[in-house]
Design a protein around this ligand. Structure first.
Ligand SMILES: [Fe+2]
Length: 216
């Protein structure tokens, strides 16, 4: 696989998977039309924030995209070679929905955002992956702190950390249709560990409200 070179201090990685795999994913998306839904962000439905149509591929359906997952694993292996400490963490895997998203001209994930802002439903996210399924001018992804914009090139697969250091947004293209496949490597916790995290988040929320109300 060819590499799209990022400086090491970006903590980003990029490699090109075969274009044929992208075509298969687009056909798969088209074959499940009745399951397409309006795109949501981690915080819910807000078309000012993000506008697209998406298909959720649930973990028990991952067989349907096994060719993609094979090449994605190659990308992850290279990412870990580039950044060995990314792997010196709690165990993680792809165990939440993978999404294929279709952006019509004028649609995008407009808002600058991070993938893990600490909300209980997002807190398990370690790394993000995303593959462009089309090649389009001015339709890549802008990364705020890294001061770079990635190109929208069919097959280009990016991996980056889920936290605030990688604030990003989609470039809104006004010309063509853009599709991507994206998802997360998420930390695996036992039910008890996860409950503790949720309880801690809940307590933090109450404390935050209390401080806010007492400062008014
Ligand atoms: Fe994102």
């Amino acid at each position: 696989m060819d590499e799209y070179k990022f400086e090491d201090n970006t903590f980003m990685g990029g490699w090109y998977i075969p274009k044929g795999v992208c075509d298969e994913l687009k056909e798969y998306y088209d074959s499940r039309k009745d399951e397409h839904i309006a795109g949501q962000s981690g915080e819910g439905l807000n078309p000012d924030f993000k506008k697209c149509t998406e298909l959720y591929i649930k973990p028990y359906e991952f067989n349907d995209i096994d060719r993609y997952l094979f090449y994605l694993q190659e990308c992850l292996d290279r990412y870990k070679e580039k950044y060995p400490y990314a792997d010196q963490v709690n165990s993680y895997s792809i165990n939440s929905n993978v999404k294929i998203q279709h952006y019509k001209p004028g649609e995008a994930y407009y808002a600058m955002h991070m993938e893990n802002s600490g909300q209980p439903q997002l807190v398990q996210r370690h790394l993000v992956f995303m593959t462009y399924l089309d090649t389009l001018d001015n339709a890549g992804t802008e990364f705020y702190h890294q001061k770079l914009t990635t190109p929208c090139e069919k097959g280009l697969t990016l991996i980056w950390p889920a936290g605030w250091t990688h604030m990003h947004r989609g470039v809104t293209n006004t010309v063509g249709d853009k599709s991507i496949i994206t998802g997360w490597y998420t930390f695996q916790y036992t039910e008890e560990q996860y409950k503790n995290i949720q309880d801690a988040n809940h307590r933090h929320g109450i404390l935050h409200e209390f401080i806010k109300n007492n400062n008014q």
